[in-house]
Design a protein around this ligand. Structure first.
Ligand code: NAP
Length: 306
């Protein structure tokens, strides 16, 4: 059985590709992709069905949006054929933000509006599909934050609003002040980071019927390089399940494990290598049996369920 290639984030809401491409690593290890190189990457992603691109204002020391925007400006495709997600509220101490004396969060309406304007400029676009608050801010004044989010939506600068790394109660608080839904919570989860299964995040998503986006779905690469007992057990379990299914790529099985969850998880893939992405996209054609799913969970936790 094959899994839907696109997914509405919430009922009647906007759709993303079921697998999203994360742009966080675009400038890693001093990479300086040309505008043509970025445009080519966008085309290669689309050819694999990845039409949604995940950003944050801070990625690459505030440089990823700019590099991606340069590519987008020269790209021959139609803006409406892709979705751009970006985030705001983390304030880094950086040569790009000398006014930040300490790393902090800012969910004030004034900052949200200014950050959206900057992201639009950087990405060379006139709208953002989904704006996420990147981290919960202990000083969030829900009325003020909601006012800022409403303002950017009403101005047509942002189509939908979500959060990242929020607890269910933090989402409920924000949602209580908004006239529209919070469409997603982008959280960390993978075969080696399973907390959302039990911390209420996925229960909340199912209850409110929004699709959570999943960051570091391969443990940020530790699935391949990790030498701990957990990683070794998980790699063996992924290989065993892969052998049963005739799939030799453990990344595809690890992504399929996420896709099997009924909360409709949307993995944000971190590799920008088309050959690796092509293997992971194969996960959309893999449906793990219940016992295969539990065998991988057992390898992750190191024990049978009770
Ligand atoms: N909301 C948040 O707080 C938050 C936090 C972190 C990330 N994110 C988002 O989530 C996205 C994904 O995060 P992530 O990059 O950590 O995801 P990930 O997919 O778990 O990890 C990507 C890493 O795994 C490596 N990798 C992938 N396939 C591999 C393979 N077959 N063999 C060996 N290594 C492999 C990649 O190396 P190569 O690059 O060499 O392929 C890359 O270093 C980010 O781009 C960002 O958009 C959000």
């Amino acid at each position: 059985m094959s899994i839907e290639k696109r997914i509405p984030l919430n009922s009647g809401g906007l759709s993303l590709s079921r697998l999203v491409l994360g742009a966080w690593r675009l400038l890693d290890q001093g990479a300086k992709p040309s505008a043509a190189g970025v445009a080519r990457l966008i085309d290669e992603a689309i050819a694999l069905g990845l039409t949604s691109f995940d950003h944050a204002d801070i990625y690459g020391n505030y440089g990823v949006e700019v590099a991606f925007g340069a590519g987008l400006a020269g790209w021959s495709g139609k803006r409406q054929s892709i979705e751009l997600i970006t985030k705001c509220d983390i304030m880094l101490t950086s040569d790009q933000r000398t006014e930040n004396r300490v790393k902090h969060y800012d969910t004030s309406a004034a900052h949200i509006k200014a950050s959206v304007d900057r992201s639009l400029q950087n990405l060379k676009t006139d709208y953002i599909d989904v704006l996420l608050l990147h981290r919960p801010d202990p000083l969030m004044d829900a009325d003020d934050t909601a006012g800022g989010l409403q303002a950017v939506v009403e101005a047509g600068k942002v189509r939908a609003v979500g959060v990242s790394n929020f607890t269910p109660s933090q989402i409920d608080l924000l949602a209580s002040r908004l006239p529209f839904a919070v469409v997603t919570n982008q959280i960390e989860m993978s075969v080696t980071a399973t907390a959302p299964l039990t911390d209420g995040s996925l229960d909340h998503a199912q209850r409110l019927r929004y699709a959570p986006m999943i960051w570091s779905p391969l443990g940020g690469g530790s699935l391949f390089t990790g030498t701990g007992e957990q990683e070794q057990r998980v790699r063996a379990a992924l290989q065993a399940v892969g052998a049963e299914l005739g799939v030799d790529d453990i990344a595809a099985i690890a992504i399929a494990w996420l896709l099997r969850h009924p909360a409709r998880l949307v993995p944000v893939l971190g590799s920008l290598k088309p050959e690796r992405l092509a293997k992971m996209v194969a996960a959309l054609d893999i449906t793990l049996e219940r016992q295969q799913w539990f065998a991988i969970l057992k390898a992750s936790t190191g024990r049978d369920v009770a």
